[in-house]
Design a protein around this ligand. Structure first.
Ligand SMILES: Cc1cc2nc3c(=O)[nH]c(=O)nc-3n(C[C@H](O)[C@H](O)[C@H](O)COP(=O)(O)OP(=O)(O)OC[C@H]3O[C@@H](n4cnc5c(N)ncnc54)[C@H](O)[C@@H]3O)c2cc1C
Ligand code: SF4
Ligand code: SF4
Length: 666
């Protein structure tokens, strides 16, 4: 016979304003197996918890139901109180009388009756609860950071400075990401490379950071605290132990017209190349797709030029296996190209460029050494038009969201243009200006008031050429929709920030979710912005959504704190509310028939195979087994198991049926 204690909380007036809490307690006191039923104004308060603890000791309770707010709020509080009074915490259940009842119904008998039903259901469940022990999982105190932009750099440095080992994996030949391509940065207009390069160098020299460039995640297995990552080190064809970074090979390479990714296609590079002067590491890789030797079997001029014999023709990709306890994903974003805009003359007009290309023109390390010159003829444009929201906030283009950074970088571009071309005229077409950030609004005002940038509110319909000039045709919505045509020597499109190509494939490798636009999804938009729905995998920077640098850096440090917090423990304590496959005495061993439907269904790869062997060592049966570190307790496997061999601890079929029957039997 059970001895259940029922405790009904008024939650101030949150519950008691619509639910008659006293009547709930009185009705529950009549239920079979309920030893005591008490209502109180604030059950979560110290005196409230003392009521529960005293009742457990006095009545020797073997189960507790608290009718209160959402278990998300106070389940840990009440379970802790039970444990302090000597009751296994998993013999305590919370009936959600606030969110599920008082907040969503009017005051009245029906609301109180529903509250009584909710508590009764949990009384029936708790009668069938079994004492459970939390799961302890060891933690490997080494982190994997994927992506070496400013987010990955910041997260790696913060974790490494907290005393933990970090492996930083970057797919390109250098770390730096988009920030290394920027000229100056809003809202302070400080030189991007000047603030970024010291951090890139610090990463390379940090004793706790192992940097793998030209590398990608091949596969990921395991669970929080215990991941196994396979990393593909792409063949660089250059032995970095021998290479001194002298650059002799690059000078000799005859393949000189390959569009440079770093210069967003505006400059060129060789087949053996270092992407930019401040690259880390500052040693070349051979791009096999464009190398004469790999394409045609002839050339090897770089080998002849190399004074240290560093070229390795036969080098193959290597796969490394690393054990890590946590992962921070910082793979960033991309921007749409001008090919997305046939109406703006893509393919026809060389002088219609993207914002990223403008950054490269404005940058001292860019193809024009910082002078704003037209890609078509190298002349300095005297009239320039910037088009904000090119693709963003445009459902017709499939991108309804705001790319967030474009209003700001467009103002910056117009400002930089005016600073460099004193007699130039700049116009910005915008839908509305989103400058939400510290000193951002002031920055845009500066562009308008001090640098005399002409801001026109309206959408651009078309860009076409007339008499050798680009004509930007749009409407000025502030002049009651009047059509405007502005002549320009160059047009810069603030194209939408989008997820990286293949981001969804990476997400699938890591078992994390992504949104409809393939940005990685955070576990909760407000309360868990750096966590993913897979424990132990965190997010930072523009891989989650377009972001500016301050927000990216803040998020990276946030993710690093989560990792350091995890690593501050030797073991991870997890809730035992996970799936278990039943076990029985011989000769049955388990009702599991080994069909492994559960294995195909489990979204977390938590189902393993276990061989049951006889005394002679022969396999009698192969059955399913749940890896407690991986299982998230979602219950998908339970629904798939045809022999009903899997249950979720704390939510067994028996418990759920008992709850339902308590409703039906009245
Ligand atoms: C035109 C333009 C101008 C801007 N100007 C400013 C400005 O003035 N001020 C400001 O605050 N912000 C500015 N920004 C925004 C700024 O660029 C971003 O905030 C910042 O780059 C985000 O950093 P990140 O590390 O998240 O991503 P990224 O910079 O995109 O870095 C991601 C890194 O991950 C690597 N990677 C990608 N996939 C993988 C993979 N599968 N495996 C391993 N590595 C991978 C990439 O190669 C890259 O190195 C601007 C952006 C643009 C487009
Ligand atoms: S072998 Fe390839 S990388 Fe070397 S010089 Fe020739 S083209 Fe360039
Ligand atoms: S409960 Fe979910 S996570 Fe756990 S084994 Fe079953 S399907 Fe996998």
């Amino acid at each position: 016979m059970s001895k259940i204690g029922v405790f009904i909380c008024h939650c101030g007036e949150n519950i008691s304003a619509t639910v008659d809490c006293e009547r709930v307690a009185q009705e529950l006191a009549k239920v079979e197996g309920v030893e005591c039923a008490i209502d109180y104004k604030y059950m979560c308060s110290d005196p409230g918890q003392t009521i529960i603890k005293d009742a457990i000791r006095e009545h020797h309770l073997d189960g507790v139901v608290v009718g209160a707010c959402s278990p998300r709020m106070h389940e840990p509080t009440f379970r802790r109180a039970c444990a302090e009074a000597g009751l296994n915490p998993y013999l305590c259940e919370i009936a959600n009388l606030r969110e599920h009842c008082s907040w969503v119904h009017e005051k009245g008998d029906a609301t109180t009756n529903k509250a009584i039903d909710l508590v009764k259901m949990l009384v029936e469940k708790v009668k069938r609860n079994k004492p459970l022990e939390s799961i302890k999982v060891p933690i490997t105190k080494k982190a994997l950071v994927i992506g070496g932009g400013i987010a990955g750099i910041q997260a790696s440095l913060d974790i490494a400075n907290a005393g933990h080992q970090v492996i930083l994996v970057e797919k390109d030949p250098s770390i730096g990401g988009h920030m290394s391509q920027l000229s100056e940065t809003f809202p302070t207009l400080d030189c991007s490379q000047c603030i970024l390069t010291p951090r890139m160098v610090e990463v390379a020299q940090h004793p706790n950071i192992t940097l793998y460039t030209y590398a990608e995640l091949e596969s990921l297995e395991g669970f929080i605290g215990n991941f196994t990552a396979k990393i593909r080190l792409k063949a660089k064809s250059v032995d970095y132990k021998k290479c001194t970074g002298c650059g002799a090979c690059m000078q000799k390479c005859p393949q000189k017209k390959i569009p440079s990714e770093f210069n967003a296609g505006l400059g060129t590079r060789t087949a053996i190349y270092v992407p930019f002067p401040q690259a880390v590491p500052n040693k070349p890789v051979i791009d096999r797709e464009h190398c004469n030797y790999y394409k045609r079997g002839k050339c090897k001029l770089c080998e002849t030029a190399c004074p240290t014999g560093a070229i390795e023709w036969d080098k193959e990709d290597e796969i490394l296996t690393e054990q890590v306890g946590a992962i921070v994903v910082t793979t960033g974003f991309n921007v749409k190209g001008t090919d997305f805009f046939p109406e703006y003359g893509y393919g026809k007009y060389k002088d219609v460029i993207t914002g990223l290309q403008f950054e490269r023109l404005a940058s001292a390390s860019g193809p024009t050494f910082g002078e704003i010159r037209r890609p078509s003829d190298g002349t300095i444009p005297k009239k320039i038009v910037f088009i904000a929201c090119a693709g963003s906030r445009d459902p017709a283009k499939g991108i309804p969201y705001c790319s967030k950074i474009c209003c700001m970088y467009t103002a910056k571009h117009a400002m930089l243009y005016q600073h460099k071309v004193h007699d130039g005229e700049s116009t910005v077409f915008y839908m509305d200006i989103r400058a939400g950030g510290k000193n951002y609004e002031e920055f845009v005002r500066r562009a308008i008031e001090e640098d005399h940038v002409n801001y026109v509110r309206g959408r651009v319909a078309r860009v076409y050429e007339k008499d050798g000039k680009l004509i930007v045709k749009g409407v000025d919505t502030l002049l009651s929709g009047e059509q405007v045509e502005i002549e320009a020597d160059m047009v810069v499109l603030a194209t939408a920030g989008v997820a990286n190509c293949g981001a969804e494939v990476l997400a699938q490798k890591m078992h994390i979710s992504y949104d409809p636009y393939h940005f990685f999804a955070e576990a909760h938009p407000k309360l868990k912005p750096v966590e993913t729905n897979t424990a132990g995998i965190f997010l930072a920077g523009a891989c989650q959504a377009p972001k500016d640098i301050p927000e990216t850096v803040g998020m990276a440090s946030g993710a690093a704190v989560k990792v350091a917090g995890l690593f501050s423990n030797n073991e991870l304590v997890r809730e035992p509310l996970i799936a278990v496959v039943n076990r029985m005495p011989p000769p049955v061993f388990s009702t599991c028939v080994g069909c492994f439907m559960c294995q195909t269904a489990c979204p977390y790869n938590a189902i393993e195979r276990e061989e049951i062997k006889g005394r002679d060592g022969k396999v009698i049966k192969t059955v399913a087994k749940v890896n407690p570190g991986l299982c998230q307790g979602c219950g998908t496997c339970v629904a798939f198991c045809r022999s009903k061999s899997i249950d979720i601890q704390g939510y067994s079929n028996e418990q759920v049926f008992a709850e339902v029957m308590s409703l039906l039997n009245q």
